[in-house]
Write a protein that binds this ligand. Structure first.
Ligand code: MN
Length: 210
C-alpha cells in the first residue's frame, strides 16, 4: 500500500502573516510530496508495504537510510500540518488536559514555551523540536536532526510526539531568512491546541484521570 500526500485542512495563505502562503505551498507540494514519493519508492517490494508508518518508524534501525529520511519526512510533515490552525487561540485553555499536563510537567505554560523555543533554537542545522509523551505518561521536550523523530528506535529520547516544529530552513527562509527565533515565536500564534490535546489524550488514556 502506497502512502499518500494528505491535503491540508486550510488554505496555503490561512496561516499568514505568521507563515506565508508561498512557503506553505512549496513546503507541501514540493518538500512533503518528495518525501512521500521517495518513501514509496524505498519500500516498494519489501515487507514495509504492509506496515503502517508508525510500525516502520519504531523499527527504523532495520531499514535503509532512504526509509529513515523519507519515512520521517512523510510522518513529520503529516503531524506538522495538523497541529497548526488559522483559528489558534495561542495557548491551551485551563480545561484542556494538555494545559493541565504542561502545568504539571513544566510548571507553567510560559516556562514550557521557553523550553520548547530553546530546543528549536539550539537544534544545529536541520531538524525538528518536539513535545512528546513518554512511557510513564509524562511530557518532555526534545529535538531531533534531519527527519528523525521520537518514534524511531535510533533516537535517544523516545516517546509519542504530540507537537512538532520544523526548523529546516525550507520552513521559514523565504519570509524570515536567517531569523529562526522570529519564526519560532510566530509558530505559537498558529498552534492548534485542540489538536495537540487530542493527540495527548490518544497517546495517553491515563491523561483523562486529572
Ligand atoms: Mn519541512
Amino acid at each position: 500500500m502506497a502512502f499518500t500526500l494528505p491535503e491540508l485542512s486550510y488554505a496555503y495563505d490561512a496561516l499568514e502573516p505568521h507563515i506565508d502562503a508561498r512557503t506553505m505551498e512549496i513546503h507541501h507540494t514540493k518538500h512533503h510530496a518528495a518525501y512521500t514519493t521517495n518513501l514509496n519508492a524505498a519500500i516498494q517490494g519489501t515487507e514495509m508495504e504492509k506496515m503502517t508508518i508508525e510500525e516502520i518508524l519504531t523499527n527504523i534501525s532495520k531499514y535503509p537510510a532512504a526509509v529513515r529520511n523519507n519515512g520521517g519526512g512523510f510522518y513529520n510533515h503529516n503531524l506538522f500540518w495538523t497541529v497548526m490552525s488559522p483559528n489558534s487561540e495561542g495557548e491551551p485553555s485551563d480545561q484542556m488536559n494538555i494545559h493541565k499536563a504542561i502545568t504539571r510537567d513544566f510548571g507553567s505554560f510560559e516556562n514550557f514555551k521557553k523550553e520548547f523555543s530553546a530546543a528549536s533554537m539550539t537544534r544545529f542545522g536541520s531538524g525538528w523540536a518536539w513535545l512528546c509523551v513518554d512511557a510513564g505518561d509524562k511530557l518532555f521536550i526534545t529535538s531531533t536532526a534531519n527527519q528523525d523523530n521520537p518514534l524511531m528506535d535510533v533516537v535517544e529520547a523516545k516517546g509519542t510526539p504530540i507537537l512538532g516544529l520544523d526548523v529546516w530552513e525550507h520552513a521559514y527562509y523565504l519570509n524570515y531568512q536567517n531569523r529562526r527565533a522570529d519564526y519560532v515565536s510566530a509558530f505559537f500564534s498558529v498552534v492548534d491546541w485542540h489538536a495537540v490535546t487530542q493527540r495527548y489524550n490518544d497517546a495517553n488514556p491515563g491523561a483523562l484521570n486529572f
